[in-house]
Design a protein around this ligand. Structure first.
Ligand code: PLP
Length: 392
């Protein structure tokens, strides 16, 4: 299905449209098979079967056992469950109260870490290099006998950098700690296999790969101690109370299956579009810096900063002017307490506050065409010419 609207959506990392085949797969579970999956009568049993089949499908696609996959309301809850659940269990059972998180984690991890710090846990922030990588060899210096959990995302949502998770896992495990990895941006885009990655905990969110919003999962490796966050019924084998959302679980599994079956072809197509977009931007501007790793990067994310020593632009103004011209992108700032704060990710890779604020993220998806990126590059050029002052 092509985007037939005059608008150009280049914000697939924020969210994706639900694939019509996913909508079709979900529909019967809103109306016909509407039972409560925990009820033991026939209506309940009819809902329980697709719930468990979805869990099996998802587990199979990430190399896990069905008993290691627990549904959540999305990536944020999965990250929170991993951090709070594993830290509380390790503190309670082993007296280990140190957490280490990378500087470029999503706020679902960073703000959870801040909250743990306020409750008396020790928290270290792992630096990244100028490409956004946690350097495995420098990791050991941050780990102590008290470290129970390390959280390093698989791929970054702003700059696309892919981490060397198996190498990081080896060091974390040598120090007797657990590794949590947020794979919200990588699942469905690049191969994600819990065994190959060697992770103990992992977070997924369905709305990033053409599934519905409001559902995700946490993978908890068998034997890993994680406290529950939600109390009530015995759903999700006592780990997450609350009536199971069968239609969303079916949509999640269908979307993941479709994304994984298209993964190789789609990765090649997007990587080619990304190369072309880089070329267009390099031809149009001599004032931009590309953010992220040159090769270990998600195929659909392009993040640029304007070199503020050469040109005076503001990412927020560019975003609004691009939007007026029908192009949806994200800037390198986020609204925090009513003011625009520069991205913590861009600052962590060494961009100054001013440069971080002069940044734009483009993220492509399965409906993005070459025509769209060509048009977006032209519109960006016009918008920059309108709203910038070139330094002498
Ligand atoms: N982690 C990463 C890397 C993300 O990009 C996002 C969403 O933007 C999340 C976590 C949160 O996921 P959700 O929107 O499903 O709560």
């Amino acid at each position: 299905m092509k985007n037939t609207s005059p608008q150009i959506y280049l914000d697939y990392s924020a969210t994706t449209p639900v694939d019509p085949r996913v909508v079709d797969a979900m529909m019967p579970y809103f109306t016909d098979s509407f039972g409560n999956a925990s009820s033991i009568h026939s209506f309940g049993r009819k809902a329980k079967i697709p719930l468990e089949e979805s869990r099996e499908k998802i587990a199979g696609l990430i190399g896990a056992a069905p008993g290691e996959v627990f549904f959540t309301s999305g990536g944020t809850e999965a990250d929170n469950h991993a951090l709070f659940g594993a830290m509380h269990a390790a503190g309670r059972l082993h007296g280990k109260k140190h957490l280490a998180v990378s500087a470029i984690e999503h706020h679902a991890v960073l703000h959870a870490a801040e909250n743990l710090k306020e409750s008396g846990y020790d928290v270290s922030v792992l630096p990244v290099d100028s490409t956004g990588k946690v350097v495995p060899d420098s990791l050991a210096a941050f780990l102590t006998p008290n470290t129970s959990v390390v959280s390093v995302m698989h791929a970054n949502n702003e700059i696309g950098t892919i981490q060397d998770i198996p190498d990081i896992a080896r060091i974390v495990h040598e120090h007797g700690a657990l590794l949590h990895s947020d794979t919200v941006q990588s699942t469905g885009k690049i191969p994600v296999d819990v065994k190959k990655l060697s992770v103990d905990l992992l977070a997924i969110s369905a709305h990033k790969f053409y599934g519905p919003k409001g559902i995700g999962a946490i993978y908890i490796r068998r034997g890993v101690e994680v406290d529950s966050l939600m109390f009530g019924g015995a759903q999700e084998r006592n780990r997450r109370a609350g009536t199971e959302n069968v239609p969303l679980a079916v949509g999640f599994a269908t979307a993941l299956e479709l994304s994984v079956s298209d993964l190789e072809k789609e990765t090649r197509r997007l990587a080619e579009l990304k190369r072309k977009f880089y070329r267009l931007l390099s031809d149009n501007f001599n004032t931009i810096l590309f953010n992220g790793h040159p090769t270990d990067s998600l195929p659909h994310i392009v993040n640029i900063s304007f070199d503020t020593s050469k040109v005076d632009v503001d990412g927020e103004t560019l975003l609004l002017n691009m939007d007026l011209r029908g192009v949806a992108v994200t800037s390198g700032s986020a609204c925090s307490s009513g003011s625009m704060e520069p991205s913590h990710v861009l600052q962590a890779i060494g961009r100054t506050t001013r440069t971080a604020k002069a940044s734009i993220r483009f993220s492509m998806g399965k409906y993005t065409t070459e025509e769209e990126i060509t048009k977006a590059a032209t519109i960006l050029k016009e918008v920059v010419a309108q709203s910038s002052a070139v330094r002498a």
